[in-house]
Design a binder for this molecule. Structure first.
Ligand code: SAH
Length: 220
């Protein structure tokens, strides 16, 4: 295989290390998050034709009109989700996509529950994570509006598609003290938000402007 797990040339460890330096310059400071990105071969999550661009700070197509988020956004969302915790026990991810964010989470969380509405994308993601010997992820093909109540509540919920407003069912599946990181908005304007469940309600923070694919209904 041209681009094996190890990587050569533009997919080598050196290229990955340059990506890590860039993330530090961009303000990512959680060492556990940086190490997870350092350990994860991003090039295997995309088509071979795009593998040479895998470590640039850009989003790239993954099929079915979906995109893999740029490394900075993956790192930032993961850092926000962890907060001051070293590790979380249970996290719900909405939008498995190619599985890259899932692979990062799997290294920082005891168990990841990952929901995706497009079955073909999730199937490929499953194969990639199993090739990386990642075993602490559970997958489900359903509409993420509903979360995954059977396994909740979760200490963290990470959403990687943008709904116009926060899905109510997801809020209910957070533990007290739990954190949800989610882009909110439309095709023109979106804001990354962090919502923390408190003893008597929810606290929201608006972070930076982002651009995600839309959060859609139903499954395919
Ligand atoms: N973190 C992913 C990002 C993929 S793009 C990655 O690294 O590849 C966002 C994903 O969210 C797409 O795969 C899309 O199909 C999925 N998605 C959008 N709306 C959804 C919904 N309601 N439920 C579940 N998944 C959804």
């Amino acid at each position: 295989m041209m681009h094996g797990l190890q990587g050569i040339g533009m997919t080598s460890l050196r290229t990955r290390e340059r990506m890590i330096c860039r993330l530090i310059e961009q303000g990512i400071s959680n060492d556990n998050v940086l190490n997870a990105l350092r350990n994860t071969p991003r090039h295997i999550f995309m088509d071979e034709a795009l593998a040479s661009r895998a470590y640039e700070d850009i989003s790239l197509p993954i099929g079915c009109h979906q995109t893999i988020s740029q490394p900075y956004i993956v790192a930032k969302m993961t850092e926000l989700l962890l907060g001051s915790a070293q590790r979380l026990t249970k996290v719900l991810e909405i939008g498995t996509g190619c599985g890259y964010q899932t692979a990062i989470l799997s290294q920082l969380v005891d168990r990841v529950y990952s929901v995706e509405r497009i079955v073909s994308l999730q199937q490929k993601a499953k194969e990639r994570l199993s090739a990386l010997n990642i075993k602490n992820v559970m997958y489900s093909n359903h509409d993420g509006h509903f979360g995954w109540p059977e396994h909740g509540p979760y200490e963290g919920i990470l959403v990687s598609a943008a709904p116009p407003e926060i899905p109510k069912m997801l809020l209910k599946q957070l533990t007290v003290g739990g954190v949800m990181v989610i882009p909110i908005g439309n095709a023109n304007k979106q804001q990354l938000q962090r919502i923390t469940r408190t003893q008597n309600g929810y606290r929201g923070e608006e972070l930076e402007s982002v651009m995600f694919v839309p959060f859609l209904s139903g499954t395919t």
